[in-house]
Design a protein around this ligand. Structure first.
Ligand code: GDD
Length: 330
């Protein structure tokens, strides 16, 4: 039985990845922040499953800011594979919390690499890198060799983790890889990311609980995939013969406005009656032309996204409607 160690197991990606690995008969260890008490709704089904929880899934409190708190569960679990997903992951918030973002997102990755290197038998290491490392690139679509040139504090912190992963691979012989992940969404997405914010609002407006949706720049474009596809890519990247960086992306650009129109259409409402833009949600800098070319992942890992943008948004709206219906029924 293989053992995996996941940072950020409570998040969207961490919870889907835990489910995937458990289905492949891994023993999974995850760390959660003391402040959340391990109470993330994303882990509820797994924690309620008596054949899994504390049998093949183990959760440990630890803080990325405190190497000691990670060392103990890491050494005890002696994993074959580490998936480093935890970070301060909100790009907009990184402009307000610059230092914290650099500490958690940038230095956090370095701390974990250093701990990994010192383990008696170094596990394979996956770093969740981001398309934000490219900033607003001149080359489009982006690949693994597109120059790193971030324009946001978050992108800069991720660039540090990405470069360190490469440095530890080259200089210390670690099987360390970057998955350069473009945006990926699901009903488990945090509420302050734009897809979830829109889908939640649409369900709330449909049920008469909210009267408007206030957004930032609706002309902003991203390459949006589904998180379930991307965690499959993470696992594949660590099963490959050699340590390589991989772009995971759909190769398709959509506007925030496209999400708005799709989501409102799902519930037969006219978006124009409810949506407005406000400066407070615009960012000081926002990458442009962020679209990935995942041909390397396709060729070496046989990875391709399976869930479309339209399916993702429909699933997210439906999940919000279900949640509201559940709340009413309760
Ligand atoms: N969050 C948010 N809220 N974004 C808005 C809004 C709003 O009201 N209005 C417009 N946007 C625009 C943002 O300016 C950005 O251009 C786009 O919607 C997507 O924003 P987010 O959903 O917050 O995601 P992100 O692209 O900044 O970052 C996500 O993807 C990266 C790449 O995969 C995060 O998941 C990062 O952690 C990740 O690295």
């Amino acid at each position: 039985m293989k053992r995996a160690f996941i940072t950020g197991i409570e998040g969207q990606d961490g919870s889907y990845l835990a489910e995937l690995l458990l289905s492949k008969n891994y023993e999974v260890h995850g760390i959660y922040r003391q402040s959340t008490n391990g109470g993330s709704p994303n882990l509820k089904p797994l924690k309620a499953n008596a054949t899994v929880f504390e049998k093949t899934l183990f959760l440990h409190p630890a803080d990325l800011d405190d190497a000691k708190s990670i060392r103990v569960p890491l050494e005890k679990s002696a994993p074959d594979e580490i998936y480093h997903l935890a970070s301060q992951s909100h790009v907009g918030a990184s402009f307000e919390k610059v230092e914290e973002t650099c500490r958690i997102t940038g230095l956090g990755a370095l701390r974990l690499l250093e701990l990994t290197r010192k383990l008696p038998k170094a596990p394979r290491f996956f770093h969740a890198s981001s398309s934000e490392i490219f900033g607003s690139p001149e080359q489009s679509p982006q690949t693994e060799i597109t120059p790193v040139n971030p324009i946001t504090p978050y992108g800069s912190a991720k660039a540090l983790g990405t470069q360190m992963t490469r440095i530890y691979r080259k200089n210390f012989g670690l099987f360390a890889v970057n998955g350069i992940l473009f945006n990926h969404e699901s009903p488990r997405r945090g509420e302050n990311f734009v897809t979830r914010k829109i889908c939640r609002a649409v369900a709330a407006i449909k049920s008469g609980r909210q009267s408007e949706l206030v957004l930032g720049d609706t002309s902003a474009q991203r390459d949006w995939g589904h998180a379930r596809d991307y965690v499959r890519g993470m696992w594949l990247a660590l099963q490959h013969d050699t340590p390589e960086d991989f772009v995971f992306a759909t190769g398709k650009l959509h506007r925030v406005q496209d999400i708005v129109e799709l989501a409102f259409k799902t519930v037969d409402l006219d978006w124009q009656k409810f949506v407005r833009q406000e400066k407070q949600f615009f960012r000081p800098a926002d990458p442009r032309q962020v679209v990935g070319n995942a041909v390397k992942a396709k060729q070496l890992l046989s990875w391709e996204p399976e869930i479309s943008f339209e399916q993702t948004i429909a699933e997210m709206v439906q999940s919000e409607l279900n949640a509201l219906a559940g709340r009413v029924a309760n």
